[in-house]
Design a protein around this ligand. Sequence first.
Ligand code: PMP
Length: 306
Amino acid sequence: MAFDEQSKVWKDGEFIDWKDATVHVASHVMHYGSSIFEGIRCYKTKNGSAIFRLSDHMKRFINSSTIYRMDIPFSLEELNKACKETVKINQLNEAYIRPLVYRGYHSLGVDPSKCPVEVVILAWKWGAYLGPEALEIGVDVRVASWNRLAPNTMPALAKSGANYMNSQLIKMEAQADGYKEGIALNRDGTISEGSGENIFVVSNGMLYTPPLSDSILPGITRASIIQIAEDFDIKVVEQSIPREMLYIADEVFFTGTAAEVTPIKSVDHVQIGKGKRGPITKKVQERFFNILKGNEEDLYHWLDYL
Ligand code: PMP
């Protein structure tokens, strides 16, 4: 992944040069982690470039900000339009889009109320997050020694920058031990999610995934896979998942904007199923990619064309 330093950044309603998109070190966000962001993909389809579930992502952006009493001075429609324009002005036909809102420069102290709320949108090219071969052969992961955020500490439903301090601990630990990713348990010791992905377990032909109350981000890809599975008459159960259910699962996979649908082939060196992408993972993954590449009818109106 590399940035294009010639690209433009949308900032509070106008485009500025990449090099000018900076913040001062005395900004509130630098000291207290006061930021909210989104991660969205734009795909090249047969009918032109389209952003996947743009409005759903931007609704989550606004929801995350509401949780933190951060007033975004733009409407949902304005934010959607700004995302599209950022892709277009940078002449990208495929992109990863990163809207970010943060508390800026005014005064320092925990109370953020006097610090301005600033919004930026970046876009760049980004390939498969867990490696190009991961989508087919799967990844090796471990259960993290770090728990995911406990309820009533840091709100897991908000996609806040600060939550990713926890994600970084999970990711760095996994990588230091030679794994691609870590799966965190929640405070109750049941499964929550990866450092940047939701998780699904296939057992006896059914799909299991933790509920929103188990310290997870309400993933847009997660919701999409639930919809696709239900349309295939695959039963989806949102329930707390004990750790050991991973080891005896038929299949396990991650979902996320960056990770898309990535099979997991082992957890803690225990092989999952046949140790490769299983049939149900393949089935939902294929429908997912077919829709977002425009190869299958977009029944759910997930594609928002530029
Ligand atoms: N959980 C976490 C912690 C994440 O960072 C992400 C990526 N945004 C996800 C789950 C997946 O969410 P989505 O499918 O909306 O990208």
